[in-house]
Design a protein around this ligand. Structure first.
Ligand code: AQP
Length: 329
């Protein structure tokens, strides 16, 4: 089986963007590949976090991954900070990465703009830690959205550089483009993606939002001054985004949706989108609450998965340490 790595930051409550863009695919991939799914808490602290919130979000994240259908019998699911190899390898890879290439990362440029004057080194170094995550497990495949493509390119460059300097050590990972990967946009500013850390809570739908809240948020979603449900990404971003959400929630095609709402107003359409999302989330939310209430189960899973991740990552790390010239012990 090919090895696949993916991570998600516990930087807030997961949104339906995380679900349709990542988690839903993760569930499908676990049957086909040897998957490592990591809650990347080390990445989360590249921007300021309140410790008690980070801890809670991290616990909730694990429960949500399981509630969405990830199966610990099929995939290895763990916290990044529990496997010290991530930080260790990141340090070594730092010494094989160039300032120039990191400075070109668009995510750093975007996120650092929001951080004001004291930009943290960790934010700058984010892509090297991501390279370590991937290379540590000798991943063949990494599911990436458009926004992470540049980081994966960098991972490949660093891996190749290391391999060329010494001898083949790392598998060069390929991007995995999911068959049905939705990109969900903000409900308030449909030109930017839906983000769990958006300051405007009406911009995103959380995986844990109550049905009434979901319907209210869709009702408030920014659209346009026409009254036609038609897919047109350029001129009707808001409506097109709602159509995409409705389409992934119901498996209906854009043509079917256009037909369904012909002659009807945006109000009816928005209500239908809200209801379809609420119905989809309902069983996930039920499972999530159940999991958070039976603590022993999650801890058991974590123990086993973390051991696997430590064992596999140590194998790579030992090789790396030997190659760079550290004394073995
Ligand atoms: N709006 C989105 N549409 C589709 N996919 C999305 N992802 C995130 N937002 C959308 C995908 O979710 C996975 C995990 O993302 P992450 O938590 O590592 O970081 P992110 O991409 O930065 O997600 P957020 O929600 O925007 O978090 P914050 O606000 O903390 O930065 C990734 O596979 C991502 O593509």
């Amino acid at each position: 089986k090919k090895i696949l790595f993916s991570g998600i930051q516990p930087s807030g409550v997961f949104t339906i963007g995380n679900y349709f863009g990542a988690l839903k695919n993760w569930v499908e991939l676990q049957d086909e590949y040897n998957c490592y799914y990591c809650v990347v808490d080390l990445h989360a602290i590249t921007v300021p976090q309140v410790p008690k919130d980070l801890r809670q979000n991290s616990k909730n994240a694990l429960a949500m991954l399981l509630a969405c259908g990830l199966d610990p019998k099929k995939a290895t699911i763990y916290y990044q900070s529990h496997v010290s190899g991530h930080a260790e390898l990141a340090w070594i890879l730092n010494c094989f990465s160039y300032m120039g290439e990191l400075s070109r990362m668009t995510q750093f440029k975007d996120k650092s703009r929001k951080q004001g004057e004291n930009i943290r080194v960790g934010l700058y170094d984010y892509p090297v830690l991501m390279a370590a995550d991937i290379l540590l497990y000798q991943a063949d495949l990494v599911p990436v959205g458009q926004d992470q493509k540049q980081h994966l390119e960098l991972t490949r460059d660093i891996a190749q550089r290391f391999n060329n300097t010494f001898s083949p050590t790392f598998t060069i990972p390929e991007p995995y483009i999911p068959k049905a990967g939705a990109r969900v946009m903000s409900l308030q500013e449909p030109e930017k993606k839906m983000s769990k850390s958006d300051e405007n809570i009406n911009a995103f739908v959380s995986m844990t939002d109550h049905k009434d809240t979901i319907i209210k948020k869709f009702k408030r979603a920014v659209t346009d001054s026409e009254a036609e449900v038609r897919y047109d990404e350029e001129n009707k971003r808001g409506i097109s985004n709602l159509m995409e959400i409705y389409s992934v929630a119901t498996n209906k095609s854009y043509e079917e949706i256009e037909r369904e709402f012909q002659g009807k107003g945006y109000g009816d359409f928005k209500l239908a989108v809200g209801e379809s999302v609420a119905n989809l989330l309902e069983p996930i939310q039920r499972e999530y609450t159940k999991l958070l209430n039976e603590k022993g189960y999650m801890e058991e899973i974590l123990k086993e998965s973390t051991e696997v991740a430590r064992r596999v990552s140590n194998k790579t790390l030992s090789k790396v340490k030997k190659k760079v010239g550290f004394v073995s012990f």
